[in-house]
Design a protein around this ligand. Structure first.
Ligand SMILES: [Zn+2]
Length: 293
């Protein structure tokens, strides 16, 4: 009999604490200021590390704009350009141990991939068939036949060939995304750049959409893209026989303007960008996933 009572006690304490914490957070949530509140000023209110001018920041520096509200952000050392980065290592094709940097998932965000929105609809109720594993020990990272794959810096989204791939806005995104690259990389690939505001710091993320069957006909390099803009169609280019979208998020190192980088391969080098667990910036899903559809 003691077990259910103990379980009840354990369940009650965190619930009360959670309620207090929710009430405190609610009290500190504000509506973002309307855009153009100080339109008279010709000065740029907010610039990316590379100097690009952004629309006026809608929230105070310690708040994050999420779903139209200014929500208190975690404040620890987020202004530090290296904040959130971690080092890990894995064995490459030649058997060499390679040390790399990446951005692991923030522990306060849901681990369940089904909690997030993606550039394709879940297929048969499934969102992610293969997850981000660069934070795992070497031996637990994904391995291909003869080490053709070494770790997985993105998520694989299963879909039918030809299903549309559409742009999404990342959490905390400022302004529209921009088309950086259209061409071969992970098979046919579209790379977008997204400017994201995180607790007062502005960061640039790359979003790679790989293995496409083809590109949206109207898509052009340098184009601004709003959410839902068609980017291309799911396929298996560069991954013959495995139809899926490879979706990868990379954090651009401070001070680098990815739009100035000519060679596409350079975009994914560690000196320019590091892989990031996509759950750190993916928008949270507000509607349940339709199963079996
Ligand atoms: Zn992949």
């Amino acid at each position: 009999m003691w077990l259910p009572l103990a379980a009840l006690g354990l369940a009650l304490v965190p619930t009360r604490e959670r309620q207090r914490s929710i009430a405190a957070r609610r009290a500190s949530i504000t509506r973002p200021a309307g855009r153009g509140a100080s339109q008279g000023s010709a000065e740029c209110a907010h610039r990316t590390p590379a100097g690009r001018c952004l629309p006026e920041a809608p929230c105070a520096a310690s708040m994050l704009p999420i779903d139209g509200l200014c929500v208190p952000a975690r404040t620890e050392a987020m202004d530090d350009p290296s904040a959130g980065l971690a080092s890990n290592a894995h064995t490459d094709r030649s058997g060499r141990l390679v040390v790399y940097e990446h951005v692991p998932r923030r522990p306060d965000l849901p681990a369940d991939y089904d909690s997030y929105l993606y550039p394709t609809e879940p297929w048969g109720g499934q969102t992610v068939s293969s997850g981000y594993d660069l934070g795992r020990p070497d031996g637990l990272q994904r391995r291909g036949v003869d080490l053709t794959a070494i770790g997985h810096g993105g998520v694989d989204l299963p879909q039918e060939r030809g299903a549309p791939v559409r742009a999404i806005a990342l959490r905390g995104q400022q302004g529209d995304a921009e088309v950086l690259y259209i061409g071969p990389m992970f098979g046919n690939t579209v790379v977008l750049s997204h400017v994201v505001r995180e607790a007062g710091a502005t960061r640039v993320y790359l979003a790679l959409h790989g293995h496409l069957d083809g590109f949206a006909p109207s898509l052009r390099k340098g184009q601004s893209v709003t959410p839902d803009t068609p980017l291309g169609f799911v396929g298996d280019s560069g991954a013959e026989g495995i139809v899926h979208l490879h979706y990868e998020i990379r954090l651009v190192r401070p001070g680098i303007d990815p739009a100035r980088i000519e060679r596409a391969g350079t975009l994914v080098e560690q000196t320019v960008s590091v892989p990031c667990d996509p759950r750190n910036v993916l928008p949270l899903r507000t509607t349940p996933i339709r199963r079996g559809g």
